[in-house]
Design a protein around this ligand. Structure first.
Ligand code: ADP
Ligand code: MG
Length: 223
């Protein structure tokens, strides 16, 4: 489903540019749950941004579902970001002014289904993450774990091919983090492809396969 070869990423225009990724090779097949570990500043988020088509590599090839991402138009890339990829962030990235139900609806605003259809879909997804009783709350009225479950519901609303999670438990206490991980494991059991960044070894072991970024390269920890 995902195939990266020879991926380099530099930041900056003037020399010396910052060389963050130095020839990444990574393949992820459909239905895999992969964790990416690495020290702070090793390029984990940089890699996830490339995988999520939020940024482009300086060099190298990225095939997503067999298509060369570098050859896609901006419209096609934004369609992929909205429909094919679900994003989950450490800081949840919810919109504070919107209710739980409205936050989950945001990715549907670009589609052409009716408001009542959208609401129905959001309610079903929110029920699946155990939040039916919080539909009209705003993020400030929720616990961290509940916020992350709203963000997970939002990431699922367009039935994405891939879920990308950047330190999804990073802002949560360990018990709440565990609940969020259980939810991710359930999504994996349901057939989702998941790539999750973490710096926590224990969290990483929840995934099926662990890779590590070191010196700008990916090292497989287990197969
Ligand atoms: P990690 O997520 O593993 O902590 P990042 O991918 O966020 O690491 O960052 C890798 C390196 O690239 C860091 O040195 C960081 O400061 C730098 N970096 C990240 N994003 C940018 C950017 N947009 N512009 C310039 N430098 C960046
Ligand atoms: Mg990061």
């Amino acid at each position: 489903m995902i195939s990266l070869t020879g991926i380099h990423k530099y930041y900056g225009e003037v020399e010396p540019r910052l060389h963050v990724l130095k020839g990444i090779r990574l393949d992820v097949v459909q239905g895999e749950f992969v964790s990416i570990m690495g020290t702070s500043g090793s390029g984990k988020s940089t890699l996830l941004n490339l995988l999520g088509c939020l940024d482009i590599p300086t060099e190298g090839s990225y095939l997503l579902g067999g298509r060369d991402v570098s050859k896609l138009s901006d419209d096609e890339l934004s369609r992929i970001r909205n429909e094919d990829i679900g994003f989950i962030f450490q800081s949840f990235q919810l919109i504070p002014q919107l209710t739980v139900l409205e936050n989950v609806q945001v990715p549907l605003l670009y589609g052409d289904s009716s408001i009542s259809e959208n609401e129905e879909r959001c309610k079903v997804i929110l029920e699946s993450v155990g939040l039916s009783h919080r539909l009209t709350h705003r993020p400030a009225q929720l616990s961290g774990g509940e916020c992350q479950r709203v963000a997970i519901a939002r990431s699922l609303i367009n039935d994405p091919l891939i879920l990308l999670a950047d330190e999804p438990t990073g802002n949560l206490d360990s018990a709440t983090g565990q609940e969020v991980l259980e939810l991710m494991a359930t999504l994996h059991d349901q057939g989702r492809t998941i790539i999750m960044i973490t710096h926590d070894q224990e969290v990483a072991l929840k995934a099926q396969r662990q890779v590590r970024i070191h010196d700008g390269l990916v090292i497989e920890e287990s197969a």
